[in-house]
Design a binder for this molecule. Structure first.
Ligand SMILES: Cc1ncc(COP(=O)(O)O)c(C=O)c1O
Length: 438
């Protein structure tokens, strides 16, 4: 399919003089130029030239009900009518906090922020203040935003990341504070023995262990329950705060997120993304004694001009009730199952190692015959096959990420006809991927 994207090209000609690479988040940069969009509905978006795309990026996993969900739109319209925005408290904030804790019932208290990066930074401050310790430990391959202390070893260079016995802490960006990068320890996800050894060696220095309980920022890698339980026990034993970063697992792997799905409760947890179905909102939640440390005069500061802004709150107010009983999650799992069965049927008939993985609407494809359990096994994916598969998807009007270790998602707006269409495109993509193995 050839798309006429001349208007996008014209916008880029202007945008690239105003904004680096013409985009406001670098993952959206694209050769020869980004596409600029004008409309979204359900699982589809339209660009400024009128071309229609099937969206598998879905706001980097932030949009679970689909673009332009009617209840969310109406709630936001009502909030706009009040004239309120930010800087003051509202009844809506009280109601959404109640809705949140009714769903995420493993947590005692919640405070709202705007982005995941911020919510995570608040969690780290609480952990340091509570334990009197400084260093942090994170998983190799996990992403927790772009702070100096955690934008580390997210997609590390395999020639530099050392032995799995002690993965090297590698900066994810230039310009990070080197001493913070060195201070953060990196742990091998799903490896109980090595993780235990590393935590025990450094227990006196560690304020927090933070993880994406399912490693989704490098595709979709579930934990073993044994691993989560081992982390829980080690953190309790050594006075280390266990933090689940539920930005991507929250409301998806179960209504109450990973802590509900796996029955392991952290001390603090962060949420965002689908919390407000694409509107900017995040949350820090946790045990009451830790959350109360953020009260004025008690410990770490918790402030923000846009915290509990009325517009995202209105979006969350209409989103959370839809995610409460688990039916949206079940529908997305059914649709994912259909895609998985088409994918594996085609991959088997082509005799290529390809796995479609994901739950709760998350979706990713690895071209590997290895069992993917951590970052290092995920890098066994065949990048050429991934590129060939994605080229077919892009050429067919499907929005996908270029990085072979990125993540994708469907939404409630990806109805059965869209799933059928995607299934047919996946078959063609797999045929192209097969050539990469020859
Ligand atoms: C697991 C996880 N944590 C934190 C973040 C950072 O969130 P934000 O982009 O809202 O700052 C992300 C964003 O992709 C994420 O996936």
């Amino acid at each position: 399919m050839t798309f006429n994207i001349q208007t996008s090209a014209n916008h880029y000609a202007r945008a690239s003089k105003l904004t680096p690479s013409g985009v406001h988040s670098s993952t959206r940069a694209k050769a020869p130029h980004p596409i600029y969009f004008s409309k979204g509905k359900g699982g589809e978006v339209w660009d400024v030239d009128g071309n229609r795309y099937l969206d598998l990026i879905m706001g980097n996993g932030a949009i679970m009900l689909g673009h332009g969900d009617q209840a969310v739109q109406e709630s936001v319209q009502n909030a706009l009518g009040t004239g309120l925005t930010t800087g003051i408290e509202s009844e809506l904030a009280v109601e959404v906090a109640q809705q949140f804790l009714d769903i995420v019932s493993t947590m005692n208290m919640v405070r709202f922020a705007n982005t995941g990066t911020e919510a995570v930074m608040h969690a780290l401050h609480v952990a340091r203040h509570h334990t009197g310790k400084v260093r942090l430990a994170k998983m190799e391959g996990s992403y927790h935003g772009w702070s100096d202390e955690l934008f580390i070893s997210c997609w590390p260079d395999m020639s530099k990341n050392g032995s799995p016995d002690a993965p090297v802490s590698l900066a994810g960006s230039l310009g990070l504070h080197p001493s913070m990068v060195d201070s953060t320890m990196v742990l091998p996800f799903n490896d109980v023995e090595r993780t235990q050894k590393l935590i025990e060696q450094h227990a006196n220095e560690l304020a927090a262990v933070i993880l994406e309980p399912v490693l989704i920022d490098i595709g979709y890698i579930p934990p073993t329950t044994e691993y989560l339980k081992a982390l829980r026990d080690l953190c309790t034993k050594h006075n280390i705060v266990l933090i689940f970063d539920e930005l991507l697992t929250g409301f998806r792997v179960a209504p109450g997120g990973a802590s509900q799905a796996y029955g392991v409760v952290p001390d603090l947890a962060t949420y965002g993304k689908v919390l407000a179905n694409g509107y900017p909102m995040a949350a820090l939640a946790g045990k009451e004694n830790l959350m109360r440390l953020t009260e004025p005069g008690q410990g770490p500061v918790f402030v923000g001009t846009f915290n509990a802004n009325v517009i995202p709150l209105a979006a969350a107010h209409a989103t959370l009730p839809q995610l409460k009983d688990g039916s949206v999650q079940a529908t997305l799992n059914d649709r994912t199952k259909k895609l998985k069965s088409i994918f594996s049927e085609e991959a088997t008939s082509l005799n290529i190692p390809a796995q479609l993985v994901g739950e709760g609407g998350h979706l990713h494809w690895y071209f590997s015959d290895q069992t993917i359990t951590d970052y290092r096994s995920a890098t066994s994916t065949n990048a050429k096959a991934y590129a060939a598969f994605n080229q077919v998807l892009s050429d067919s009007g499907v929005l996908v990420m270029a990085n072979p270790l990125s993540h994708h998602a469907i939404s409630l707006g990806h109805h059965d006809d869209v799933i059928t269409e995607l299934g047919a495109i996946f078959r063609e993509g797999l045929k192209a991927a097969a050539s990469a193995f020859n």
